[in-house]
Design a protein around this ligand. Structure first.
Ligand code: HEC
Ligand code: HEC
Length: 537
């Protein structure tokens, strides 16, 4: 019923409404809209009256939308009944003068509840980070020594100065130098292909609730076996990995395009090509030996574990995970402060939140404290770039989750992203097809129509040898399959069309998911590395 009204009156003693003579019309339409729970229109109407210089409208708007539904102790509210709403503003308009404030009794207090408003993401939801291990992890994260050709590190694609991503749609791995859009092909092992997916931001991956990693979830907790993992290399029980995040860190080093290099270029890449991964002569054993050979790692690991022993790949994974969990934590956003009842949201962001968890239905997938159901949905993002698989038909495509589960029902489905700091992590989507977040959201709400409208806007580093980056979009079969998959999702999760004003508020809410402190970096880049190689800074 009176969602906002209930909320507003929750703590106030009386509900006071002041009606303006000059702008009674928009003030009234604001009230009517509120009655119909159309808060976006209500907000616009009040804002309009306020913009016309009506001080009471702006005071009311500030109280209703600012200190109202989004604060702990709202001190003002609006009428409960149709009569109050209709008559209060109308009369003064007719007579050209202002009535005395209308006083209305407060309804019984009710608990404040946005439909599926999640619990805040708190530090207690993260496993405690060992600072000594995180410090070793920082060096490993920045050290190109973990790449076959010693020319690219984790930080190259997940840099603290680039919001823990790489700032481009599809990046370049080994065989290139520089950061972000300036990254350029170079050296004897020059890169020949783009990385087929967007490098995701690494915010909050140390949270205990994170069960599944990568856009397609190919590293995850085994739902059938508590404490066990599912990975492309099996359960990895022997490695004593502390988390799914620690397991994930072992995989970029095996990717030819990301870190390993091409077969023949170095011993790691050759081992991967020959499917030697485990054991002393496998790619992981060879990398661990490289690290073990460096005093700056060997001695620190020995200190940390309290005994001398060769450095193992599992320890490297655990150290990198500790660093990621500490460095890339973003749970002090305006939204989290609001959920912890520490501060109000701005009026726009508050209305955006209401849309997000209500009418716009975003919260059905972006749910829970992490703002992700950690499940997979086909959202019809335009397929761009080289694609992840090459099929017998010669076309490359990225079928997402289906490549992991081999279930056709999962075709073109990707994991729901967690959204904190999202405005700082463009380009957006699993292939980075959008560099304009508003465009992305419009597409996201109606992907089938969006696919016909898409205008190329990817941010791509120069790469002469790249195949045409948008060619998949002219493949009718493929675009048709992406559309069919998205249409199936929309049958279940159809999102309503939103007005421009509503979209403004949704965008303001996404902005309120930013954590400024996290974006400054915590430990940041090290000055130098145990390998003597240069960290990307
Ligand atoms: C060349 C760029 C590149 C490098 C180097 C790189 N990554 Fe990534 N990273 C990516 C891309 C692209 C993805 C998404 C891949 C996918 O989903 O298939 C990814 C995914 C991830 C994820 C999963 C995030 C999530 O939300 O599921 C983590 C964690 C991660 N990388 C950490 C690392 C670590 C640790 C290293 C170093 C050992 C590393 N990355 C090196 C590009 C890179
Ligand atoms: C049916 C589930 C679902 C619903 C409903 C949904 N999303 Fe998403 N969202 C996803 C998935 C899955 C992705 C990743 C899609 C991809 O990369 O292919 C995503 C991606 C995003 C991204 C890009 C994140 C990034 O890092 O690239 C944003 C922003 C976003 N959603 C916002 C919203 C908003 C706002 C709404 C409501 C209007 C919404 N979503 C509704 C599932 C959903």
């Amino acid at each position: 019923m009176h969602h906002l009204v209930r909320t507003l009156c929750a703590a106030g003693a009386v509900c006071t409404v002041i009606a303006s003579a000059g702008h009674a019309q928009s003030v009234e339409s604001g009230f009517t809209a509120m009655e119909q729970e159309d808060f976006a229109t209500a907000y616009r109407a009040l804002r309009q009256a306020a913009a016309h210089g009506d001080p009471r409208a702006s005071a009311l708007m500030g109280k209703v939308f600012g200190a109202g539904p989004y604060a702990r102790t709202p001190d003002v509210a609006i009428p409960q009944t149709q009569t109050a709403v209709r008559t209060a503003p109308a009369r003064p308009a007719a007579r050209g003068r202002t009535l005395a404030p209308l006083v209305i009794r407060r309804p019984p207090p009710r608990p404040f509840a946005v439909p599926t408003r999640p619990a805040p993401l708190t530090d207690e939801m993260f496993a405690p980070v060992d600072p000594v291990l995180a410090d070793i992890g920082r060096d490993l994260f920045f050290d190109p020594v973990l790449s076959g050709n010693k020319d690219v590190s984790c930080a190259t694609c997940h840099h603290p100065t680039l919001g823990s991503g790489d700032g481009v749609s599809l990046g370049l791995g080994t065989g290139a130098a520089g950061l972000g859009a300036d990254r350029a092909v170079t050296g004897p092992h020059a890169a020949e292909e783009r990385i087929p997916r967007n490098a995701p931001a690494l915010w909050n991956l140390g949270a205990g609730g994170v069960r599944v990693l990568f856009h397609d979830g190919r590293v995850e907790h085994d739902p059938a076996r508590p404490g066990a993992l599912l990975t492309p290399q099996g359960p990895l029980d022997y490695m004593a990995l502390e988390s799914v995040l620690a397991a994930q860190a072992l995989f970029p080093v095996l990717s030819h395009a990301e870190m390993a290099g091409r077969p023949g270029e170095n011993e790691i890449a050759t081992a991967v090509a020959e499917d030697r991964i485990h054991g002393d002569t496998g790619a992981w054993g060879l990398l661990a030996a490289r690290v073990d050979a460096l005093e700056g790692y060997r001695a620190r690991f020995a200190d940390w574990r309290g005994r001398t022993a060769p450095v193992r790949m599992g320890e490297i994974g655990n150290a990198i995970a500790a660093f990621i969990s500490h460095e890339f934590r973003a749970n002090d956003t305006a939204f989290d402060r609001y959920l912890r009842e520490e501060a109000a949201l701005s009026p726009e962001a508050g209305e955006g939140m209401r849309l997000f968890f209500g009418k716009a239905r975003c919260g059905e997938c972006h749910s829970g404290p992490l703002l992700s159901d950690q499940s997979f949905h086909a959202m019809g993002e335009p397929p761009i770039g080289p694609g992840k698989e090459r099929d017998e038909d010669g076309y490359t495509r990225d079928i997402g989750r289906a490549a992991v589960t081999l279930d056709r029902g999962d075709a073109y489905a990707f994991r729901t992203p967690m959204l904190r700091n999202v405005v700082h992590n463009g380009p957006w989507g699993h292939a980075g097809a959008f560099s304009d977040l508003r465009d992305f959201v419009i597409h996201h709400m109606d992907p089938v129509a969006g696919l016909d409208r898409y205008s190329p806007q990817a941010v791509l580093p120069q790469l002469a040898s790249a195949a045409p980056d948008y060619s998949a979009l002219s493949n009718r079969m493929q675009v048709g399959a992406v559309k069919d998959a998205a249409a199936r999702t929309m049958k279940r999760y159809a999102m309503p069309a939103l007005s421009e004003g509503e979209l403004d508020m949704l965008m303001a809410f996404l902005d309120a998911l930013g954590d400024p402190a996290s974006l400054n970096g915590r430990m940041g880049a090290p000055d130098s590395l145990p390998s003597g190689l240069q960290p990307d800074r």
